[in-house]
Write a new protein. Sequence first.
Length: 249
Amino acid sequence: MSYEHGRFVWFELLTKDIDKATSFYPEALPWRVEPMKMQDGSSYNAIKVGDQSIGGFMSPQADVPTAWVSYVSVANVDKTAKKIKAAGGHTHRDAFDVPGVGRMQPVSDPHGGMFCLFKAENGDPPRVDGPGSLHWNELWTQDPKASLAFYKSALGYTHEEMSMPNGTYYMFKDGDDPRGGMLQAPSSDIPTMWLQYITVDDCDAALARAKKNGATIVAEPVDAEGVGRFGIFRDPLGGMIGVIKPANA
């Protein structure tokens, strides 16, 4: 079993309308949705790329809006949750075990950015590349300096800074390994949130398919040198997600 601390290893759409979500996304993205039988007898709607599960759809426990949430690999969920709280973050329920899957706990940073701590039972899920895979996680925040301090304290990230046309871009790292990015939220009315980017072979076509099936385009496709061509849409249920054709693809 192998683990990579701080790597985002899973992602999940929390929504009360699973049927609509599982109908929409395979039309927009190169995904297949397949029911997965759990050890407790329940069924989980898994997102698959080829034969590999990379994420899923889940009804939220509480009355929360539709949102994508990423799972970050940690060595000890309970100890990391204490660091989250000590750094000013919040836990949203006690840590719990899912037989055959692992131990997890939903948390948020001090500004409301949601994510989930995760220790997989049998090692981190394998990396998946190519169309349909999770390419990148990016934190949009109203206070980059405060968010940087939190994630360094809570998850032990180091960081690099890059000058971009719209301001400084921060890359979270664990040692030499990149884990995610962070930037100033594009406008003051956008709450702090983690945004996932999915690899596609044609950014424009993916956005067009999403729009045709009821999505709203949040950001039209743009090119970033050395990064790729990317855009963002909001699904018919309210979940926001990005698509990218990487520059090296």
